[in-house]
Design a protein around this ligand. Structure first.
Ligand code: NAG
Ligand code: NAG
Ligand code: NAG
Ligand code: NAG
Ligand code: NAG
Ligand code: NAG
Ligand code: NAG
Length: 835
């Protein structure tokens, strides 16, 4: 399709027409609603790959500039090959100038700017120096391009006008060779990402302006824009490898698959996921080194780092376990890719991290062996490093956005002459409708409940599942199916005297599998209200999320209309039973803090450990279980929901959960965010401190609701008046103060005022440190000194957990089932079944 420029004020609509027409006829991959490709300073259009860059030869509606200077290199200088036609012309600006793009659909947009300096008449572009702004965000400051370069940004813009301003430095000029402004799929950048130093969550990625610093295809060749659904360029990693002899390449592009609800081909193309750079440990089982890449960065900025993984090297599940570092920080300890997908290999996966503000000009990313791995090995498939705008809304130095006098807008319009406009309108209407329909259908289909047939599935062969990994059966959670006979045997045929609990879902039995593994067996009551949907949710959630602070699912059984879930057995039952209503010995303060920290860690992982946050929705002391070492694990995912989509801030859903723990905001507005879990967790914190039920109707009115009652005392600064009498005199005042403040913040009326689970975790760790530090130190010291002495320790554990996996400083202490992957437990099970 060809575009030409025409001076005409009435046909604004036709742009829309042509774009939509364009959409409708080639809707493969992502269809950008807004797409402007401009060949600056040229009198003719240029086609590069599949894209037509339109000439901006005359003052068009898009452009407002004091002087119309079109520079043409006449191709006599040596221009870079690939995009040579784009680089061979430029538009020169002798004063502040701006392009105005009309944005039809707000959201994230690419801005790509092409620069190549050449000499045109009296203008030597090598001496140009200028700043560039997108709306008010500074993209470039006192910039002098020396070589051919393409600068890529992605910014979130509202619908309406997007203004890109070029502002030459005094006595200099500005130029640009080509520009792109194109919609980005909303899902590409998540709404938040884990921070690793200190651990926490960076909220509000959506509004960040990002500049691409590096986009690398590990172990593979350059991937050019035509081979990327979003027109991105991925470069080979060889020039970034600090030591190339420790690395080798692997490639298996056809094997790559995309999971349901995770990475898509827009996240990165198959050609990126299908190649990797791998630790070169083939000849030496004792290999112990890292593979490291180095990048130049600018101090004073934070960076968003996206790591792409796809296990194309393993031949079976659980082979590959490795560590990933950013700088010296272990951001992904014991990463086991197959475990993220039911043992399925070659599945695309990505992880985001936000760095602290950089204090140096280099950044390294390393992969290396994990002590948990049978054979030292490690891979990385792709890497993106994106600079984030600073608090002054700049991606470069500080420059001042020029002010423009108000002026009448130039009227010029882009009109397609190849199509009769009125005819086009009709055609387009139809196509647009069809296209929309198709999109809606696709959306409807993409709602992913893993299909589980409740009546089917009787005779399942339980071997051979990992071998199917690369062919990828949708029903991959078959791997966890356990025959009904085995469940019967394990529970002594559902012996009533083996019942250890009864919930909304049905009865929970203690059991022993025939390999000796102790399990908890939850047998759904087919008439249970919370039936099938929750059964599925639980399987789906627990099979994707594995963490030492989440109860693991060992398998399930859906034969004969049964809904049975088999979990690891938690020796010490619920947290609730240790607080009140039983004869169990009272827990000490440190034990309680450690339990809260463990549970917070589990929830933090749910909120941040996956591309989309998962909201538990039923956080309460009865859903926090304790193993034989009193280590806490969060259980009961039956109500869990995947969290807010990128462009929404909440999930609207019917109110569910447990009375006394419910977020009042959720109750009022039926809107669910991670902060609803934070609220419930705050109630748990008070429950742990006061050791009483969250609702106790037998008490005087003002005491019935624990949350209200405790908040009243916390606000008076007299929380110590209502604590569990067993703790009286045993909590250090600083520790109690920190704990009380943390719980109070969790119970803020509005979700936005509540901390993230990462912050809660951090504060509880601190409360524990305060409790312990004072013990070690002179009791006479005041709390300020204590804090002063603490900082080195605190600094130390800043270095560890990265939110997303096993916490570094805990790994050595209590070890537990998290070291055993579910699939391993299961393969043992299979073996013993086979005997
Ligand atoms: C780009 O053009 C090539 C042929 O030149 C074609 O194979 C490919 O499908 C096109 N890509 C897109 C995204 O349209
Ligand atoms: C620009 O390109 C030239 C020739 O390719 C090279 O020698 C020079 O180092 C490059 N300069 C920069 C700043 O990259
Ligand atoms: C890996 O592949 C890239 C691109 O194909 C190549 O440049 C590089 O030399 C290869 N490295 C090794 C160690 O084979
Ligand atoms: C796109 O990918 C195909 C197949 O991987 C390759 O043959 C082709 O050269 C690539 N095109 C460009 C422009 O890189
Ligand atoms: C890998 O790098 C990390 C971070 O710098 C370091 O702590 C670790 O010891 C390194 N591992 C090996 C085997 O060199
Ligand atoms: C990275 O920067 C630090 C501080 O500026 C410097 O000490 C170190 O040598 C640099 N490392 C590399 C590999 O350039
Ligand atoms: C980046 O800019 C946005 C608004 O333009 C601002 O809200 C945000 O705080 C800035 N980022 C940082 C890290 O300050």
């Amino acid at each position: 399709m060809r575009f030409v420029m025409m001076d005409c004020g009435v046909l604004r609509f036709s742009i829309w027409v042509l774009l939509v027409l364009n959409l409708a006829c080639c809707s493969r991959g992502f269809d950008p609603v807004d797409q402007y490709y401009i060949n600056c300073g040229s009198s003719s259009d240029v086609v590069v790959g599949n894209v037509t860059y339109v000439a901006d030869k005359s003052a068009s509606r898009l452009l407002s500039t004091p002087q119309d200077i079109l520079a043409d290199s006449k191709l006599n200088s040596i221009t870079p090959s690939e995009n040579s036609q784009l680089f061979s012309t430029a538009r020169i600006f002798t004063g502040p100038s701006r392009y105005t793009f009309s944005i039809k659909q707000g959201g994230r947009h690419w801005i790509r700017l092409y620069f190549y300096p050449f000499v045109y008449q009296s203008y030597d572009m090598n001496s140009a120096s200028f700043s560039v702004f997108s709306q008010k965000t500074t993209l470039l400051s006192d910039f002098s391009p020396r070589n051919a370069s393409v600068r890529e940004y992605s910014v979130n813009v509202g619908s309406g006008d997007l203004v890109i301003t070029f502002s030459p430095k005094a006595n200099s000029f500005a130029y640009v060779n080509a520009m792109e402004v194109v919609s980005v799929p909303d899902a590409l950048i998540d709404h938040d990402a884990p921070l690793f130093n200190p651990p926490g969550t960076f909220n509000g990625l959506v509004t960040q302006a990002l500049e691409t610093v590096a986009r690398v295809n590990m172990g593979g060749p350059l991937v050019s824009p035509v081979n990327d659904t979003l027109g991105r360029t991925w470069v080979s990693d060889s020039s970034f490898l600090l030591q190339s002899n420790v690395a080798t390449n692997a490639s298996n592009i056809p094997a790559v698959r995309y999971p349901q609800g995770g990475a898509t081909s827009d996240t990165a193309p198959q050609t990126v996921y299908g190649t990797c750079t791998r630790m070169n440990s083939a000849d030496d089982p004792n290999s112990n080194f890292n593979v490291t890449w180095g990048f130049k960065v600018e101090p004073g900025f934070q960076y968003l780092i996206r790591l792409h993984f796809c296990d194309i090297v393993s031949t079976s599940a659980n082979q590959l376990v490795f560590n990933v570092y950013i700088g010296t920080f272990l951001v992904a300890p014991d990463l086991e890719l197959s475990a993220k997908f039911f043992g399925r290999l070659a599945t695309a996966y990505y992880m985001d991290f936000v760095t602290p503000t950089m204090d140096r000009n280099n950044l390294t990313v390393s992969i290396g062996p994990s002590p948990r791995s049978a054979y030292p090995d490690a891979i990385l498939n792709g890497l993106e490093i994106m600079k984030m705008n600073n608090s002054k809304d700049s991606l470069a130095g500080e420059s001042i956005l020029p002010r423009f006098p108000r002026s009448k807008k130039n009227v010029g319009m882009i009109v397609g002459i190849s199509v009769g406009v009125s005819l086009a309108l009709i055609v387009v209407g139809v196509l647009f409708f069809v296209h929309r329909r198709r999109k809606q259908e696709q959306l409807a289909h993409s709602k992913t409940w893993i299909p589980i047939s409740i009546n089917g599935g009787t005779s399942h062969t339980m071997g051979s599942k990992y071998s199917t990994a690369t062919t990828g059966s949708i029903n991959s959670n078959l791997s966890y199916r356990i025959p009904f006979a085995a469940v019967q045997e394990a529970t002594n045929n559902f012996d009533e005297s083996w019942v250890i609990g009864i919930g909304g879902f049905g009865k929970v039995y203690k059991g022993v599998l025939n390999d000796g593994t102790k399990v908890a067996v939850k047998r759904g009551n087919p008439k249970s209200q919370q039936g099938l949907a929750e059964f599925r949710t639980e399987i789906e959630m627990l099979s994707q999320f594995r963490h030492r602070h989440l109860v693991s699912l060992i398998g399930y059984c859906d034969e004969k209309n049964e809904m049975i879930l088999v979990y690891e057995y938690m020796e010490n039952g619920t947290l609730k039973s240790h607080l009140y209503g039983s004869n169990l010995p009272s827990l000490g303060w440190k034990e309680r803090l450690e339990i809260c920290i463990g549970a917070a860690r589990g929830l933090h992982y749910l909120h941040t450990g996956y591309a989309k946050a998962v909201i538990h929705r039923d956080v309460k002391s009865a859903n926090i279980l304790l193993d034989e070492n009193l280590m806490a694990k969060v259980a009961d995912f039956g109500l869990s929901k995947t969290g807010p989509e990128i462009d929404q801030t909440h999930v609207s859903t019917a109110v569910k959960g447990s009375f006394g723990y419910l977020d009042p905001e959720y109750f009022r507005r039926q809107q669910l965010t991670e902060k609803s879990d934070v609220y419930s967790f705050g109630v748990v914190l008070f429950e742990v401190l006061c050791a009483r039920p969250v609702i106790d109707p037998s008490l005087p009115r003002e005491m019935v609701n624990l949350a209200e009652w405790a908040m009243k005392w916390q606000k008076k600064g007299q929380l110590d008046q209502i604590i569990d009498p067993n703790l009286a005199g045993k909590i250090k005042p600083d520790s109690l103060r920190k704990y009380g403040e943390t719980a109070e913040k969790c119970l803020a009326d509005f979700g936005v005022d509540r901390p993230s689970m990462g912050d809660v975790l951090w504060n509880l760790e601190y409360a524990l440190q305060l409790q312990e530090a004072v013990v070690h130190n002179d009791p006479e010291e005041n709390s300020t000194n204590v804090i002063g002495q603490l900082s080195p320790q605190v600094g130390e554990f800043n270095n560890v957990d990265t939110s997303n996996s096993v916490a570094g400083f805990e790994t050595s202490s209590v070890d537990d089932l998290s070291g055993v992957s579910m699939s391993r437990v299961f393969s043992q099970l299979v073996k013993s079944e086979g005997r």
